[in-house]
Design a protein around this ligand. Structure first.
Ligand SMILES: Nc1ncnc2c1ncn2[C@@H]1O[C@H](COP(=O)(O)OP(=O)(O)OP(=O)(O)O)[C@@H](O)[C@H]1O
Length: 249
């Protein structure tokens, strides 16, 4: 029987902005001379009453223009920030691939960061040791694994981040624009790995601007606009990937 493993219920997220575009220029100029004047912080609604759920083993594509709220939604589902109102429930081992490698300590080497990152997901050192060579192989970082990651390029960061994430055996994977990082060969390898993990029952939430990629990798899609769901349905409704390998480029 199917079971929802991600539940997003009437979620709203407001951010407090410390400038107010509505303050007139006159007010702002007067404010320069009036020490009592403070710009009025105002709220920006990044997500507005969003509800959907994802069943175990399903792949859901999250689409929408820049600033529509996709990444905000992912950080809420990952539990990194709380919703202003509403409820998010997840069931199972969740691995967020959001801004790959952001959690790395720049002063530590790639190897040390692997141990650190894995420990944050509850792996014991001996468990990470058993996975280390496979993580290193996948990342293709070679000798650079012993260098501090502050010397890495953004692509190398992403390789390490992705390699660690896929070895954490996620039941739910949150993938934010993974295809915008690394070179084409590495992207292909990542997608192949994600497909294999899906065949083994993993649930996927996949953020992408590319409709054809969502059509290729996901069963359903949700489209956001200005923080609201404007469309959702089966990916059969979307622009389908053209036949051939170019789809994944
Ligand atoms: N911490 C924050 N403080 C204030 N505003 C924020 C914050 N985080 C996001 N926003 C705003 O919320 C809106 C949604 O941002 P979000 O990053 O979720 O969009 P997105 O759909 O992921 O965009 P993109 O495709 O460009 O990555 C944007 O207008 C953004 O400026």
């Amino acid at each position: 029987m199917s079971e929802p493993v991600i539940i997003v219920e009437q979620v709203t997220k407001d951010f407090v902005l410390h400038h107010n575009a509505q303050d007139s220029l006159k007010k702002r100029v007067v404010g320069l001379f009036d020490k009592r004047w403070r710009p009025q912080p105002h709220r920006f609604r990044a997500l507005d009453n969003v509800s959907f759920s994802v069943e175990r083993g399903e792949a859901l594509g999250l689409m929408g223009h820049n600033g529509s709220g996709k990444s905000t939604l992912l950080t809420l589902i990952a539990g990194i920030v709380p919703p202003t109102t509403g409820r998010v429930v997840t069931r199972g081992r969740l691995v967020p691939m959001i801004a790959l490698g952001v959690g790395f300590n720049p002063e530590l080497t790639g190897e040390e960061n692997i141990y650190l990152n894995a420990s944050l997901f509850g792996l014991k050192n001996r468990e990470t040791r058993a996975l280390f060579s496979s993580i290193l192989d996948f990342s293709e970082l070679g000798e650079f694994i012993y260098e501090p990651v502050k010397n890495y390029s953004s692509g190398m960061y992403a390789r390490l981040g992705f390699s660690v994430a896929v070895h954490l055996d996620p039941e739910i994977l949150l993938a934010d624009e993974i295809l915008s990082v690394g070179d084409a060969d590495f992207q292909l390898k990542c997608l192949d790995r994600i497909e294999t993990m899906r065949k083994n029952g993993m649930t996927l939430l996949f953020v992408s601007h590319a409709e054809s990629q969502v059509a290729q990798f996901c069963d359903r899609y949700v489209r956001l606009e200005h923080g609201r769901i404007v469309r959702q349905g089966s990916t059969a409704e979307l622009e389908q990937p053209s036949v051939g390998a170019a789809v994944r480029a």
